[in-house]
Design a binder for this molecule. Structure first.
Ligand code: ARG
Length: 478
């Protein structure tokens, strides 16, 4: 496409109008398409109308436009809203973006009043307002979906507050935990995610209108009243900043990327757990697909796609950061490129959370397999060391004594408890003071239930603690 700028499609179109009297020729079709955003920013039409209504009412209150102009504008915008909702609105590339499309239609409907709407306003503060209104709704929707996710996690965690499974580090069996405890880790992650969105909402919820193109306006406007009507907490304090920065959008996308990253980790676990080699869970069939060649396959496509789509959202974050980094103050057309990454980040997260809302209740837990996995990998080795410490052996000596016991068990192809007290004692002989500290109660310390129950402090995996954590979690999100 190296020659696309000399191709006929780049020539001005006969009969097309120049942008204004300032220009001697219209833009070419290709430039028109290249510079237009109406294909995608029309999804902010409702916000654009909402912002325009608030702006017009303020202009009338301040005596900048007349009462009959306001009535015409209100009537016209309501009609346009209906046309858009019914899918009857004729979006046109000739009018570049959502703002110009709506304004042109308004003028066609109500005449001069439509032309007065843009008094004291620029598309620069208009678009910044629209995005903030849109984002505020997106944040509210995402936080609500995060709460649904958390409720589902809590329900499953409660059912499995006592169900043991191996906890892993380095993907090696480490210590027993309960499945409920494991799930509650995702409650905590998504709790921080929700906080991030709510925090970002505060900074998003400021009114740019009044900044006009960049310097403010010479009309006697009342920004506070517009902010109040639109539900903004306050106005943006600096006009140059108001029209040019998109940090709130970057922050939002960062929050999306982090949430997706958390969901991607959970998805990775579901995929592993569902592998027949692991067999900890089964996912409902509606989240899986078969293979076109291998009849036995049931593939966890949905979690795999969550993992894959996380890469895409992370990419949007980098796109937005890069979009911003070279821009001098104030508004630059670069900013028009903020919308597609932003919309897609939000859409991808919303869809992912909706899918998860159904997927979590569809998890079938194979508790017997989880428990069986605990008999491999010496999951209670730390508990044996802790037992010796409680009998007075220094921790480092206990660690070494148990390492020897593990080696002996490995040699025999059995688990630590299978060695019995005598077997353990034999294995530990090389560590002075270890074997003689093994009492009759050592067996109990080596059980999975014993290991779980012992971790009974706040944040620990003891079933009673997991249940308490679930109860606190419910209070935190109610
Ligand atoms: N469509 C534009 C955007 O998304 C609206 C602002 C245009 N402003 C301008 N001065 N060209 O940013």
């Amino acid at each position: 496409m190296a020659d696309s700028f000399s191709s006929p499609q780049n020539a001005p179109v006969e009969g097309d109008k120049a942008w204004s009297g300032r220009f001697s020729e219209p833009v070419s079709e290709l430039v028109k398409r290249y510079t237009a955003s109406v294909f995608f920013d029309q999804r902010m039409a409702a916000q654009d109308i909402q912002g325009s209504l608030a702006h017009a009412r303020m202009l009338a209150r301040q005596g900048i436009i007349g009462a009959s102009d306001l009535a015409d504008i209100e009537r016209g915008l309501e009609q346009i809203r209906g046309e858009i909702e019914r899918g009857e609105f004729a979006w046109s590339l000739d009018d570049e973006d959502v703002h110009l499309n709506i304004e042109k239609r308004l003028t066609a409907l109500v005449g001069d009043a439509g032309k007065r709407l843009h008094t004291g306003r620029s598309r620069n503060d208009q678009v910044a307002t629209d995005i903030r209104l849109w984002l505020r709704d997106a944040i509210d929707q995402i936080v609500a979906l995060l709460r649904d996710f958390q409720h589902n996690v809590l329900a499953l965690a409660e059912t499995h507050a006592d169900t043991p499974l191996p906890g892993f580090t380095h993907l090696q069996v480490a210590q027993p935990v309960t499945f409920g405890h494991h799930l509650m880790a995702y409650f905590e992650m998504t709790q921080r995610d929700a906080e991030r969105f709510l925090d970002c909402r505060r900074r998003t919820n400021r009114l740019p209108l009044g900044a006009a193109a960049l310097a403010g306006t010479s009309y006697p406007i009342d920004r506070e009243s517009v902010a109040a009507e639109l539900g903004f907490e306050a106005v943006c304090e600096n006009s140059l900043d108001a029209v040019s920065d998109r940090d709130f959008a970057i922050e939002f996308t960062a929050a999306c990327a982090l949430t997706m990253t958390h969901l991607s980790r959970l998805s990775e676990e579901l995929i592993l757990w569902m592998s027949p080699r692991v067999g900890f869970i089964d996912l409902a069939d509606r989240f899986c697909t078969g293979s076109s060649i291998m009849p036995q396959k049931k593939n966890p496509d949905v979690p795999e796609l969550v993992r894959g789509k996380t890469g895409r959202v992370n990419g949007h974050l980098v796109a937005l950061l890069t979009l911003m980094k070279g821009q001098p103050l104030a508004y630059n057309k670069d900013n028009q490129e903020d919308k597609e990454p932003l919309y897609d980040a939000a859409d991808t997260l919303v869809d992912t959370l909706r899918i998860y809302a159904d997927m979590i209740p569809g998890i079938r837990v194979r508790a017997a397999n989880m428990r069986a996995a605990l008999t491999q990998g010496f999951a209670t080795a730390t508990d044996l060391a802790d037992y010796l410490v409680r009998q007075g052996l220094p921790f480092r000596d206990a660690h070494e004594a148990v390492a020897l016991a593990v080696r002996a068990a490995e040699g025999k192809g059995c688990d630590l408890p299978d060695l019995g007290r005598d077997g353990l004692a034999d294995a530990m002989r090389a560590v002075p003071g270890a074997a003689e500290r093994l009492g009759a109660d050592v067996d109990a310390a080596l059980t999975v239930e014993g290991a779980l129950a012992a971790r009974k402090h706040i944040g620990g995996t003891a079933p009673e603690q997991v249940r308490a954590a679930i109860e606190r979690a419910r209070a935190r999100i109610s």
